[in-house]
Design a protein around this ligand. Structure first.
Ligand code: PHE
Length: 456
């Protein structure tokens, strides 16, 4: 049995591999290589990693399957897909709120994502030009601080990244994404493996491994759990409509569950490899584990400086990271673009211009958070920290709860059976139980506890 064809004549990925690569391109990005190591460093290591992995398996994976499914079934932009599904399932059209939450979250995330991607561009040029050859830990810290304390430079890089992203999405992305990801993802994986090997030979590998794997649960609070869960949503591109849009281009005969499982595994592998590459270097160079967003830019440049061929190797690495950031940035903005196009009947070029400009302006907040506006606080957080907290720890998980509820409670069992999501084997039964009960309750309990309403 196939899905209801709610609207026909839509674009489709050319193959199962193309879908996997595009979704993996969305998932694997700065979240894995920049964010995962630094928030693991800030949250004490091992226990955080274990909680993160549990969140991926028990919460994120079931929701991810559901989000891709909603796209495959709704066959439209995030808002319209939800309207299509509520119509065919006879439930309230208000479920389209899932689409709106996603669009807002995507814009906000992209606003800081492109600033950080800008750092990656700056470091690509710096490594390539050789100015980072032979630097030590102190130089690395100074160089990084000089960059982030200069709002004009940050604005320039942010603008360049927005322009290029805008250019790609305006042209239409599918074939571009497919071919780029197919070539770049394996190269990124190989580079990461090489960095792990460098770390194992040159740095304090065992201590790094211990930091990453040995759990100290005493330092874990509900907020730690919320951050780990938020990171799982962020890293898997979950809860904001990106996977929904990608799922909407999915050919009929592909299994949602199997392909999603592959993407989640790949994403987690990349994050763990990044940790394995970075923590030993931090430990042997005396850098601060909990220094925050600058962690990889400082550790990796020190590592490359000490490596034979470090200049070439470092440049390649930052270029690949940049490509990984691009394939994710595209998926962050695509939901808004497709929404604008179908809602206001405007061209892709115009929709891209509006979306990217909005996110560009929002990015000013993040830029000044590191310099002239570092004193501006919202609930005690800088603007960047606030946007990050709001999106990863609140908006994406709320999107996740709503996705679980509509799939677990509103779509009929018969439909799920017809669409081959349940009824085939034990795993599909486990998925159903988790999407109906485990995932939404876990997200709710974690969120309520972390924001202070102790419900136990
Ligand atoms: N998953 C991407 C990363 O890890 C970021 C992202 C989040 C992309 C949400 C799309 C949607 O870098």
């Amino acid at each position: 049995m196939s899905l209801n064809n709610i609207s026909s004549n839509r674009d489709e990925w050319s193959s199962k591999t193309a879908f996997i690569l595009a979704a993996a391109g969305s998932a694997v990005g700065l979240g894995n290589i920049w964010k995962f190591p630094y928030i693991t460093g800030e949250n004490g290591g091992g226990a955080f990693v274990i909680i993160y992995i549990l969140c991926v398996i028990a919460i994120a994976l079931p929701i991810m399957i559901s989000e891709v499914y909603l796209g495959k079934k709704g066959k439209s932009n995030p808002v319209k897909s939800l309207i299509n599904i509520s119509r065919s399932e006879n439930v309230s059209k208000n479920w389209k709120i899932i689409g709106f939450i996603g669009i807002v979250a995507g814009l906000l995330i992209l606003s800081y994502y492109s600033v950080i991607a800008g750092w990656t561009m700056a470091y690509t040029i710096r490594t390539a030009s050789g100015v980072l050859n032979n630097i030590d830990v102190n130089d690395a810290a100074n160089i990084f601080n000089n960059l982030i304390s200069d709002p004009e430079r940050l604005l320039s890089w942010h603008t360049i990244f927005c322009l290029i992203t805008g250019f790609i999405v305006a042209k239409g992305v599918r074939s571009g994404i497919e071919t780029a990801v197919l070539r770049l993802m394996p190269a990124l994986l190989i580079m990461l493996f090489a960095l792990v090997i460098y770390s194992a030979i040159e740095a304090n590998f065992l201590q790094g491994l211990k930091f990453m794997l040995y759990p100290n649960f005493e330092i874990v609070t509900w907020n730690t759990v919320l951050i780990a869960m938020g990171q799982a949503f962020f890293s898997l591109s979950l809860g904001m409509g990106a996977l929904l849009v990608y799922g909407s281009y999915m050919p009929e005969n592909i299994s949602v569950a199997k392909t999603t499982f592959i993407i989640a595994s790949l994403d987690t592998l990349v994050a763990l490899l990044a940790g394995l590459a970075i923590f030993p270097i931090v430990l042997s160079s005396g850098l601060e584990m909990s220094q925050g967003p600058g962690l990889i830019f400082q550790t990796l440049t020190v590592a490359f400086a000490g490596m034979p061929g470090g200049q070439l190797f470092g440049t390649m690495f930052f270029v690949l990271l940049l490509f990984a950031a691009w394939t994710s940035a595209i998926s962050l903005i695509e939901p808004f673009i497709t929404y604008l196009m179908s809602k206001y009947n405007i061209s892709r070029i115009r929709a891209s211009f509006i979306s990217i400009s909005t996110s560009w302006v929002l990015g000013f907040g993040t830029i000044v958070s590191f310099n002239i506006g570092s004193n501006i606080r919202i609930f005690g957080l800088t603007i960047f920290e606030f946007i990050d907290y709001l999106t990863s720890n609140l908006l994406l998980p709320i999107g996740g709860i709503l996705i679980s509820v509509i799939v677990g409670w509103c779509i009929s069992r018969n439909t799920l059976k017809n669409d081959r999501l349940i009824g085939e084997n034990l795993l599909s039964f486990i998925w159903f139980i988790s999407i109906k009960f485990v995932a939404p309750l876990a997200v709710l309990v974690i969120m309520l506890n972390a924001i202070g309403l102790k419900i136990f």
